[in-house]
Design a protein around this ligand. Structure first.
Ligand SMILES: [Zn+2]
Length: 111
């Protein structure tokens, strides 16, 4: 996605900022924690998140034995502005949606 690097300058050893359609995505690798965090802001957050995660999936899928989880931060009142929110597994949330379960309890706030 090199053509989308913000102003062709926002890139450093462990991360970058992508810019596309009035939307920005910050992608940072936390090597010691074995995490990659993606934050999006702007007009088309969902679209850019889909593009970034699709590209990451392609990279991940090129390693046959690599196991990873996709985690979504909780958006409850306690977690929303927290540096350490509760995380849900994306797969679990999707299963819940498929079974029309629209509520899930936060492990931290129990809301
Ligand atoms: Zn929460």
């Amino acid at each position: 996605m090199h053509e989308s690097i913000n102003e062709q300058q926002c890139i450093w050893k462990s991360g970058l900022v992508l810019s596309k359609d009035e939307t920005k995505a910050e992608v940072i690798e936390y090597y010691g924690k074995r995490e990659i965090k993606i934050r999006v802001s702007g007009r088309h957050k969902r679209d850019l998140m889909t593009i970034v995660t699709h590209e990451l999936d392609k990279i991940h899928d090129s390693y046959q034995r690599l196991k990873y989880n996709k985690l979504i931060p909780c958006n409850c009142v306690t977690c929303k502005d927290s540096q350490e929110p509760h995380f849900y597994k994306l797969e679990n949330l999707r299963n819940r949606l498929a079974k029309q379960k629209y509520d899930v309890e936060c492990d931290l706030s129990l809301d």
